[in-house]
Design a protein around this ligand. Structure first.
Ligand code: CA
Length: 221
């Protein structure tokens, strides 16, 4: 699941990013209205956590723009403005939920899960292919009916493959999604993760699940 965090306090942004990444979300953080608009033009997100007091404008105006332009995904407002009037205004403009600061990370995660649950049909959040069963909301994986214990990075990696069955995924594409940067592309980090994933989804007796495409990337068969 991809989350966009719009938050200008860098420490809080990093804290949220870390917390959500640990729960297998792929997270981008931006600190202004301008960056948020650009991020949303560039790619799609499953959920947005939106601060209101931003250096170059008001988060409510962003939200209004998004809803008018048909952006339909869940938005959770995270704001220090916490009067009843503020909440009503945010919800009226099109927020799905409103969490006042200070907040607990556990509560934020629970509310995000609840938004995603309400918003998604079971079909989008349960991915199945060749005995692999990935529950994106519960963050659980099964292989041939048995639970598989995956780290959050491994889970995010497998999710990308499950969303793109049969496609050859370039290394750069995968690294960008998992690590949000090109920083690690030259290292063998991706290969390390791939071999862990292969070990956990053991198909030694049958046809392999993953194909290494030399010089290009990987493919889930
Ligand atoms: Ca702020």
């Amino acid at each position: 699941m991809k989350a966009l965090i719009v938050e200008d306090q860098q420490r809080l942004g990093r804290f949220l990013q870390q917390g959500m990444t640990e729960h297998a979300y792929t997270v981008s953080v931006v600190g202004s209205c301008r960056e948020a608009r650009a991020a949303l033009c560039e790619t799609s997100y499953d959920v947005i956590v939106l601060d209101l007091g931003l250096p170059d404008g008001d988060g409510l105006d962003l939200l209004r723009e998004w809803r008018r332009s048909g952006f339909n995904e869940p938005v959770l407002i995270l704001s220090a403005r916490d009067t009843v009037q503020d909440r009503i205004k945010g919800l009226d403009i099109g927020a799905d939920d409103y969490l006042p600061k200070p907040f607990s990370l556990e509560e934020l995660l629970a509310r995000v899960r609840s938004l995603l649950r309400r918003h998604s049909t079971a079909k989008d959040t349960l991915l199945e292919h060749r005995g692999i069963r990935l529950d994106l909301l519960g963050h659980t994986a099964q292989f041939n009916g048995k639970p598989v214990d995956l780290t959050s990075r491994e889970f995010a990696l497998l999710e990308i493959f499950m969303q793109n069955v049969g496609r050859i995924l370039p290394r750069s594409h995968i690294s960008e999604k998992i690590w949000e940067s090109h920083y690690d592309i030259d290292t063998n980090l991706l290969d390390v993760y791939m071999s862990r994933l292969r070990a956990k989804l053991d198909t030694s007796s049958g046809q392999p699940l993953f194909k290494t495409v030399r010089g290009v990337g990987y493919q889930l068969l």
